[in-house]
Design a protein around this ligand. Structure first.
Ligand code: HEC
Length: 167
């Protein structure tokens, strides 16, 4: 019987051993990825807040336009020369493209809308309660886009206060 030299035996054996170990390692990694601690869909019941809990922070709540709650909203911002100036600047940026500088709906992109933007100056919709205007700016309406993510609460009130000055 031919004897395999010990050195060659060791080389072949260790090569085989390490490739098996490596493969086993991969397999193990694979299992780990699969058995991770994350929840799979529908695995845990949704954890609801305890009954009677009241949210203390989170998204603002603005009633929808057309509701009595919206009409009853009052502007928390004091009208000063500076706040009106800020409102005018914001109106110039966010509203004039559609409503025009006068608010009468003659902005450069107004004609693209069906229905076209209404007159929101004092001769038109601007006579609506300020809370209603605020709700419309917040949620949008028909072709009118919502501004709750472009303008923070305070900025929306400043714009509304400025709209109220449009004659
Ligand atoms: C992309 C164009 C566009 C922009 C920008 C825009 N509006 Fe309008 N807005 C409209 C259109 C269109 C209407 C008519 C919506 C309808 O009645 O379907 C409208 C309606 C309104 C109304 C009256 C709602 C109604 O129809 O009774 C108010 C108030 C108003 N916009 C205020 C604003 C203010 C304030 C801004 C700036 C923060 C603004 N809009 C920005 C397009 C726009």
């Amino acid at each position: 019987m031919r004897r395999i030299p010990l050195a060659r035996f060791l080389v072949v054996f260790s090569a085989a051993f390490f490739s098996i170990a490596l493969l086993a390692g991969c397999e193990k990694l694979d299992r780990n990825m699969y058995d991770n601690p994350a929840f799979r869909p529908q695995e845990e019941p949704v954890r609801l807040p305890p009954a009677d809990s009241v949210p203390t922070k989170g998204l603002e709540h603005t009633p929808k336009p057309g509701t009595p709650e919206a009409a009853a909203l009052k502007n928390p911002e004091k009208a000063t020369g500076f706040s009106l100036l800020t409102g005018k600047e914001l109106f110039g940026i966010y509203c004039t493209p559609c409503h025009g500088p006068s608010g009468k709906g003659d902005g450069p992109v107004a004609k693209k809308f069906v229905p076209t933007p209404v007159d929101i100056s004092g001769t038109g919709f601007g006579t609506a309660p300020e809370g209603m205007l605020f709700a419309i700016v917040t949620h949008g309406m028909g072709g009118m886009p919502p501004f709750r993510s472009d303008l923070i609460l305070k900025e929306r009130w400043l714009v509304v206060a400025y709209v109220k000055t449009l004659k």
